[in-house]
Design a protein around this ligand. Structure first.
Ligand code: FAD
Length: 383
């Protein structure tokens, strides 16, 4: 029997697996998707090979010590988000953009060289391959005398474990997983009330493979907006905007050029205009940056359509960054056999990669404490 079964192979699950390995425990990570990383997902542009972060991209070293430390420990390089130059504001659908001076729009944000998926790959590479199970969808958890049984879709036999960690968005687990015995009402309500960060949003990646010349150092100047004194940052504040914001997404040297941004359209509108979205996005890129923006290879990642990220309740976006870290989600259930994790359970950095790491750290301590106190009796979660 496993000491710990971790459900969810995102940053939280993988970071926790690394620390359980260091403690010499038996564990396994069960992930629903055919890939690891969850909301960290980097794809390579076909036209110029640029790694494009379709999920998490930025971290802030001044305020996020855990991710900063982890990247250093894993020898992963980072570089500052390119913010130098003018920000272009589109206040009206018909008129040219208004340039604004704003040199630190991203408040000192850094990006991971090669894309955020490098972090996922580095964490996974330190784990035994046999501990990572892809395409395993948890559907049901049953509390037994001395164990929890995990029932996965299309698996005839349940997997037993002494302790289980659910390292996935609270709303999603409340919607998709059956608990026997059921979780109490207050806990279920709290799970439902905790929005999945960015679960309602969609990201655009535009890569530019046709260089319009090389500079003295032999670097492609495909990032034409930089040559025009623009940062690549843009906002659109009018109600007919398709994209709400755009940013420079070039690689560290600025050699492979790209922009990335977020849609302003809501999930239902994106679904209604799905086929036309690339064309609509392209025309807004042209309105921001001129005719050279036309040549983009466009990718769209709609997180509201992602079964393993977004719950039904997440289709309506949170109006501001939610207050994460509800104490109820940080308490073990089922006498220390069931634990909740993931970025949305963090008190610091909730919603961000930093929060995923904070929750992994809390789980490591919590699993240790509750392991020594485990008893066989069935008890409801604290309420
Ligand atoms: C568009 C976008 C932009 C973002 N930008 C930033 C940013 O710039 N900076 C930043 O710090 N953060 C950003 N984030 C947030 C960041 O990605 C998350 O905070 C972090 O990746 C969460 O990690 P996690 O492990 O807690 O959860 P997740 O990454 O959601 O991992 C949960 C895992 O559980 C799996 N799973 C779900 N259900 C089941 C099931 N039933 N059975 C088995 N497995 C299951 C999922 O497939 C997933 O892999 C962004 C997110 C998005 C979507």
């Amino acid at each position: 029997m496993l000491d710990v079964a971790i459900v969810g192979g995102g940053l939280c699950g993988l970071a926790l697996a690394n620390s359980l390995q260091a403690q010499g425990l038996t564990f396994a990570v069960f992930e629903a998707r055919p890939r690891l990383g969850g909301r960290i997902h980097t794809v390579e542009a076909r036209n110029n090979g640029l790694p494009m972060d379709m999920g998490a991209a930025w971290f802030w070293p001044q305020t996020q010590p855990r991710i900063t430390h982890l990247l250093r420990k894993l020898n992963l390089a980072s570089f500052p988000q390119h913010d130098t130059g003018k920000l272009l504001n589109l206040p009206d659908p018909e008129t040219p953009p208004v340039p604004l001076e704003m040199d630190d729009m991203h408040s000192g944000a850094q990006r991971i060289e090669g894309g955020a998926a490098r972090l996922v790959e580095a964490l996974a590479a330190r784990l035994p391959g046999a501990s990572l199970h892809l395409e395993q969808v948890l559907e049901r958890l049953v509390l037994g005398e001395d164990r929890v049984e995990l029932h996965f879709r299309h698996q005839p036999e349940p997997v037993p474990a002494r302790q289980v960690v659910l390292a996935l968005p609270p709303r999603l687990l409340e919607e998709r997983i059956e608990f026997v015995p059921p979780l109490n009402g207050q806990l279920r309500e709290t799970l439902r009330e905790t929005p999945t960060w960015m679960g309602a949003h969609a990201k655009l990646a535009a890569s530019y493979g046709k260089p319009d010349g090389m500079d003295a150092a032999g670097i492609d100047r495909a990032a034409f907006w930089r040559d025009d004194g623009q940062s690549g940052n843009g906002v659109a504040t009018h109600p007919r905007a398709v994209l709400g914001e755009i940013h420079d997404a070039c690689d560290a040297l600025g050699a492979r050029a790209g922009l990335s941004g977020f849609f302003a359209l809501t999930a239902p509108l994106r679904a209604a205009f799905r086929l036309g979205l690339p064309m609509l996005a392209r025309s807004q890129l042209i309105q921001w940056f001129g005719p050279r923006a036309q040549e983009a290879e466009i990718r769209i990642q709609d997180w509201a359509d992602e079964t393993w990220t977004s719950s039904r309740l997440d289709r309506i976006p949170a109006e501001e960054h939610p207050a994460y870290g509800n104490a109820l989600l940080q308490m073990p259930c089922w006498n220390g056999r069931l634990h909740f994790g993931g970025s949305e359970t963090a008190s610091h950095g909730g919603g961000y990669m930093e929060g995923a790491l904070e929750s992994a750290g809390r789980l490591r301590r919590e699993l240790l404490i509750s392991r020594s106190a485990l008893s066989g009796s069935v008890e409801a979660c604290p309420s």
